[in-house]
Design a protein around this ligand. Structure first.
Ligand SMILES: *[C@@H]1O[C@H](CO)[C@@H](O)[C@H](O)[C@H]1NC(C)=O
Ligand SMILES: *[C@@H]1O[C@H](CO)[C@@H](O)[C@H](O)[C@H]1NC(C)=O
Ligand SMILES: *[C@@H]1O[C@H](CO)[C@@H](O)[C@H](O)[C@H]1NC(C)=O
Ligand SMILES: *[C@@H]1O[C@H](CO)[C@@H](O)[C@H](O)[C@H]1NC(C)=O
Length: 667
């Protein structure tokens, strides 16, 4: 099935067929030393890869029939003016894996038949207005894994036939205005760049007409009001397949969220719905009713509608302002549309795909960089993770949000040791067995937001030695046991906002080097500095907003601690609820004498005057018992096994892929 999808995608993207040779498979033109030539699929192929060339001019032969030229893995640093003039019958040129730093103006002069150009894995930094001049037939441009930092706005202006543009894994900070004005892309890959925003005017407005697939993952999206344009555009381009997530990097309170799951009201709290609409600049489509469009890109559409009520039910917890999900449009009438259990369109990938094992119910997509799988099982009314069968190989990201899961068992993740991200948000989880995540030594992000968890214990987090991001907002957490986070040495971010916490135990953060902590909207009256906040030595953001702070004498250490932090670190205000004289005032602005009238008479209260804090790490019996614990034992062999299996599968499939998939063959 994958092959079918792949081929149909390629067929769609490749609008004009390459001119074919007559049926004869004989080589009737001379080859060129030290290259090797063949006629394959009726086309002349000239293999000059890995021959140590430093200049294209060293390939001094000319050929009159259409040919593909393979120059990857040579040592070319520069493409010179008129470098390809004598190679003017080329239809495809592969320059991947060289050391290209620069393309001189006019380098591609004469290549008016060229349809495919591969520049991947070089060191190109800029696409200038004239970089691609002369390539008027170009349909496919691949330049992933360079260091492109700048693209001039006219770079593609003469590439009227360009359909596929692959720019993942570069350093592109923004797309210039009007970049796509004269092209009609069908596939665009911008994964792994430095994009924070894509606006409608000048950029997105030129992309809706023809685009079938756009990949925007792994960019540091800045989810402020302006990004509503991107969100709205994605909702309004019904036939576009967005592959993967648009995860917000900024601002703090939206870190880690998928843009498509954040309401407009949350992105633009200051503006009314009408003002937001007016600010978009996106013309309403002919049907005029936004509600008739799917809210999710089509590749993420499920055929399973019966969980809508449970999802809405959960939204109450998560986003009170969110409008209920509009009814879905009828299924997308597109031939390349993958079925619910098919991977999203896998066309135009850098390396040959492998067969995908995907749990029934879920949609899987292959992440080409590391051959990892993204497994999307959102909103499928799943009750038990053990239902996820067959177990996928090398799953990197597992999305189980919006299901009906109540309990997490230790056996649930036995076969997922390669996971990097686990999303269990918006379920009904109230029980997490001790050691539930013990077989996830590579997990970096764990989402348990929007569940019914009451208590956090150290046992829950055993084995999470790589965990960096932990999301527990919108639960009913009343208790955090001592040393709960101490077993996660690289933990950087913890979201505990919108819970029922009144206090944090001594040693809560010892053993971690937390950079970001969100405690907004709980029931804290005080927070001790000694033994608790003092361990937050690496903190760069802390949110203490919306707690009923009691600004009496006891809070003085917290005030002093906050005053030592810069105002950028403390997000929002720390507003006192009691006593009455301080109600509504920011703790940091209050006079010490107001907090502590006794202060004049006696010595100031010291946090340390309370019972001396026990030294770090000896607080919990559970912690003591786990010090000799080796979480990876028995896991490494499994991942090694999976890897070797993958290698086998890849090499087996590679041969087949060469015959079937032109891009795979050239990559
Ligand atoms: C590479 O070839 C071009 C001709 O296409 C020539 O002008 C240039 O000087 C050559 N560069 C080097 C470094 O040999
Ligand atoms: C590139 O071309 C665009 C028009 O297509 C022009 O507006 C822009 O100034 C040019 N940039 C440079 C650096 O020449
Ligand atoms: C869920 O899975 C666990 C462990 O595999 C099993 O013990 C439990 O009975 C299952 N529950 C349901 C409702 O299927
Ligand atoms: C998961 O792995 C365990 C051993 O690690 C194995 O016994 C079990 O059969 C596997 N389960 C599935 C569903 O593949």
């Amino acid at each position: 099935m994958l092959w079918v999808t792949l081929l149909s995608t390629i067929a769609l993207g490749w609008t004009t067929p390459i001119p074919l040779l007559e049926d004869s498979e004989e080589v009737d033109e001379p080859c060129f030393e030290p290259c090797y030539c063949e006629v394959k699929e009726s086309l002349f192929h000239i293999h000059c890869d890995g021959r140590g060339f430093t200049n294209v001019s060293q390939v001094s032969q000319s050929w009159t029939r259409p040919f593909k030229l393979y120059l990857q893995r040579n040592s070319m640093r520069k493409l010179y003016f008129n470098n390809f003039l004598h190679l003017n019958s080329a239809v495809a040129i592969n320059l991947g894996n060289n050391a290209l730093l620069d393309v001189q103006v006019g380098a591609f002069n004469g290549l008016s038949l060229l349809k495919r150009l591969y520049l991947h894995e070089n060191k190109l930094e800029v696409f200038r207005n004239d970089t691609f001049s002369g390539l008027e037939s170009l349909e496919y441009l691949q330049a992933d894994y360079n260091v492109i930092k700048r693209i001039e706005s006219g770079a593609f202006r003469n590439l009227h036939k360009l359909r596929v543009l692959i720019l993942n894994d570069n350093l592109i900070p923004a797309l210039p205005n009007l970049l796509f004005r004269s092209v009609s892309l069908t596939h665009l890959d911008l994964r792994g760049n430095r994009l924070r925003m894509l606006g409608y005017r000048g950029t997105l407005e030129y992309m809706g007409r023809s685009l079938m697939e756009i990949q925007l993952e792994e960019n540091p999206w800045n989810c402020v009001c302006d990004i509503v344009q991107l969100k709205a555009w994605l909702e309004r381009v019904p036939y576009t397949a967005l592959v993967g997530e648009i995860t917000c990097e900024y601002p703090f309170h939206l870190h880690g969220k998928d843009l498509r799951e954040i309401s407009r009201a949350e992105l633009c709290p200051q503006l009314s719905e009408e003002e937001v609409e007016a600010s978009l600049g996106i013309p309403r489509l002919s049907s005029g009713k936004e509600r008739t469009w799917p809210t999710k890109p089509s590749s993420m559409l499920s055929s399973n509608h019966n969980t809508a009520s449970s999802v809405e039910n959960k939204e109450r917890h998560l986003k009170p302002t969110r409008r209920s999900r509009p009814p879905k449009a009828s299924p997308t009438p597109r031939s390349a549309y993958p079925g619910p259990n098919q991977p999203p369109i896998a066309g135009y990938q850098t390396r040959p795909p492998i067969p995908i094992i995907c749990p029934t119910e879920c949609a899987c997509s292959l992440h080409i960089n590391d051959l990892g799988l993204t497994v999307n099982c959102k909103e499928k009314a799943l009750r038990n993770i053990s239902e996820l069968l067959p177990r996928p190989l090398n799953a990197k990201k597992l999305y189980l949000s919006g299901n009906l899961i109540q309990k997490i068992y230790r056996s649930d993740f036995w076969n997922f040791s390669s996971l990097d991200l686990l999303h269990l948000g918006s379920n009904r989880i109230s029980y997490v067995q001790e050691g539930a995540f013990i077989n996830l030594p590579n997990l970096r992000s764990l989402y348990l937001n929007g569940n019914d968890i009451e208590r956090l214990t150290p046992g829950m987090f055993r084995g999470l030695q790589s965990l960096r991001y932990l999301y527990f907002e919108y639960n009913v957490i009343r208790e955090i046991q001592p040393a709960t986070f101490g077993l996660m040495p690289v933990l950087q971010l913890v979201f505990l906002n919108n819970n029922l916490l009144r206090t944090l135990p001594v040693g809560a953060f010892s053993g971690t080097s937390l950079a970001r902590l969100n405690l907004r909207n709980n029931y804290f009256l005080h927070l001790p500095v000694s033994g608790v906040l003092e361990h937050l030595q690496a903190v760069v953001q802390i949110d203490l907003h919306q707690n009923p702070w009691d600004c009496s004498c006891e809070i003085v250490p917290l005030k002093q601690w906050l005053e030592k932090l810069s105002s950028v670190i403390v997000v929002g205000e720390v507003v006192c609820r009691t006593p009455e004289v301080a109600t509504g005032k920011d703790l940091r602005s209050l006079d010490m004498a107001l907090l502590c009238p006794e202060l004049k008479r006696s010595a100031p209260p010291s946090d340390n005057a309370a019972a001396p804090a026990p030294p770090d790490g000896v607080i919990s019996p559970g912690n003591a018992g786990s010090s000799g614990f080796a979480p990876t034992r028995g896991v490494i062999p499994l991942s090694v096994l999976i890897l070797s299996l993958l290698v086998l599968v890849v090499s087996a499939v590679f041969a087949a892929a060469r015959a079937l998939c032109p891009r795979a063959e050239e990559a």
